[in-house]
Design a protein. Structure first.
Length: 85
């Protein structure tokens, strides 16, 4: 019986670690996330717009991601919202 419990605990730990690795995949540069240079380019694109049209602007960061602009009170910057193409 203790051997089964041991394997069950190891299995659960592996599932938790695998889930965290998949969630953090973009941080490791596996091509799923948006790179910092692309975020900077999106910020520069958003800063060209005024408050009236800031919320309607989007920046195509990669072939997979769209970054959206948002007004933060002072300027138009990327607001953190992203969607897959």
């Amino acid at each position: 019986m203790p051997k089964i419990v041991f394997y069950l605990v190891v299995f659960c730990i592996c599932i938790i670690l695998l889930n965290n690795l998949v969630a953090a995949g973009s941080c490791f540069g596996f091509g799923r996330g948006v790179k910092s240079a692309e975020i900077i380019a999106a910020d520069n694109h958003c800063k060209q717009h005024n408050q009236a049209d800031c919320g309607t602007m989007a920046y195509y960061a990669t072939k997979k991601w769209i970054l959206y602009c948002g007004w933060n009170g002072d300027e138009c910057i990327t607001n953190g919202n992203m969607s897959r193409i």
